[in-house]
Design a protein around this ligand. Structure first.
Ligand SMILES: NC(=O)c1ccc[n+]([C@@H]2O[C@H](COP(=O)([O-])OP(=O)(O)OC[C@H]3O[C@@H](n4cnc5c(N)ncnc54)[C@H](OP(=O)(O)O)[C@@H]3O)[C@@H](O)[C@H]2O)c1
Length: 293
C-alpha cells in the first residue's frame, strides 16, 4: 500500500516507518523542512498531489510547554494542518488516520475514561489537539483518530521509561511525578494498530493504550527499574523520589491529573493490547538492545 506519513522523524512516526517498511508498504515521508505544518495550504496540496491510499499524521508540536508558550503556532500545526489533511483526503479518497492524545481530557476524576468523555483540555496543547479532533471529523467523516498516551518504546526518542533507566545507569538522582496518572502506550503497538486490517472502514475516535489500571510516572519508572534489576542491568533498585506535578518547576503548562483511557473498543474490534507492565518491560528491553548495539 502507498502510505504518506507526516512526522516520520518523531517518536511514533519513526517506529511506524520501520514497521510499515518491514511490512512491504511504499512510503512517502516528507520531513518538517519539506512540508511545514505551519502552512496548512501547502500541507493540503501535498496530500492532494500524493497517490497515497493511506495518509497518517504523526506530526505535531507534542511538547506541552512549547504549546503553552506559542498557542497560535500550536493551533496551526496541531489543528489547522490536520484539518487540511482530512479535507484533502476526502477529495483524493485516501484513508486518513490522525494521532491525538489523552490530554484532550480534563482529567479531573480518577479512573479509566470512556471514549465519549467530553473533551475539556486544561492547556493549549490539549486545546489544539481537541480542536484537531473536531476539525478532522467535520472535514472527513471516514477519518480515524487514534488517541494515544505516554508513548514509550522508541529508544532513539526516550520517554519517561527510557529516561529513568538511562539516569539510573548513570547513577543520577531519580525523581518522578506521583500525582498524575495515565497509561503507557508502546510505539510498536501504535504502529501495529495503524496498519491493522481490522480497522478498515472504522472511523471516529479510538483510544489506543495499554491495558491496566491508571499508573503514575513514578510507578512506571519503578517498574522499569525493577525490570532492569531483574535482568541484571542494575545491581540494586535505585531510590526514586516521588514528586508532585505542582513542584516541577520546568512545567509551565498545567497538566491534567487523571487521563488514563479505556481501550475496550479497540479490544472489541479484535485488536489485543498488552498490559502496561508488559509495555514498560518491552520498552526497557528495546532500550537496552539499542544502547548495546
Ligand atoms: N509522545 C507522547 O507521549 C504522546 C502522548 C499522547 C499523544 N501523542 C501524540 O502522538 C503524536 C506523535 O507524537 P510523538 O511523540 O511522536 O511526537 P514527536 O516525537 O515530538 O514528533 C513530532 C513530529 O512532528 C514533526 N513536526 C513538528 N512540527 C512540525 C511542523 N511545523 N511541520 C512538520 N513537521 C513537524 C517533527 O519533526 P521535526 O522533529 O523535524 O520537527 C516530528 O517528526 C502526536 O500527535 C502527539 O500529539 C504523543
Amino acid at each position: 500500500m502507498k502510505i504518506l506519513i507526516f512526522g516520520a522523524s518523531g517518536r511514533v512516526g519513526e517506529v511506524l516507518r520501520e514497521v510499515a517498511l518491514a511490512a512491504g508498504h511504499e512510503l512517502s515521508t516528507p520531513s518538517h523542512t519539506e512540508c511545514d505544518l505551519e502552512h496548512p495550504v501547502t500541507v493540503g496540496e501535498r496530500v492532494l498531489r500524493s497517490k497515497a491510499e493511506l495518509v497518517v499524521n504523526c506530526a505535531a508540536i507534542s511538547r506541552v510547554d512549547e504549546c503553552e508558550d506559542n498557542a497560535l503556532r500550536a493551533h496551526i500545526v496541531n489543528a489547522m494542518s490536520p484539518a487540511a489533511m482530512a479535507l484533502a483526503c476526502r477529495h483524493t479518497g485516501a484513508r486518513f488516520i490522525h494521532l491525538s492524545t489523552d490530554y484532550v481530557l480534563d482529567g479531573r476524576r480518577p479512573g479509566l475514561k470512556p471514549v465519549d468523555t467530553r473533551c475539556k483540555p486544561v492547556n493549549f496543547y490539549g486545546m489544539s489537539k481537541a480542536e484537531a479532533e473536531f476539525q478532522v471529523r467535520e472535514n472527513n467523516t471516514d477519518a480515524l483518530i487514534l488517541r494515544v498516551s505516554w508513548v514509550c518504546g522508541n529508544p532513539r526518542k526516550p520517554s519517561f521509561v527510557e529516561n529513568a533507566l538511562a539516569q539510573a545507569l548513570r547513577g543520577e538522582k531519580l525523581f518522578a511525578a506521583a500525582d498524575q496518572d495515565s497509561l503507557p502506550t508502546h510505539a510498536q503497538d501504535i504502529a501495529r494498530v495503524i496498519l491493522s486490517p481490522q480497522l478498515e472502514g472504522v472511523s471516529g475516535v479510538l483510544q489506543v493504550t495499554s491495558c491496566g489500571e491508571p499508573m503514575s510516572r513514578y510507578s512506571g519508572a519503578k517498574m522499569a527499574l525493577e525490570h532492569a534489576c531483574n535482568v541484571g542491568i542494575l545491581p540494586e533498585m535505585p531510590f526514586v523520589e516521588a514528586q508532585r506535578v505542582c513542584n516541577i518547576s520546568r512545567f509551565r503548562a498545567p497538566r491534567p491529573a487523571h487521563t488514563a483511557m479505556d481501550n475496550s473498543e479497540l479490544l472489541r474490534l479484535g485488536i489485543p493490547m498488552p498490559g502496561a507492565r508488559e509495555s514498560i518491560y518491552r520498552a526497557v528491553d528495546d532500550y537496552l538492545s539499542f544502547v548495546r548495539s
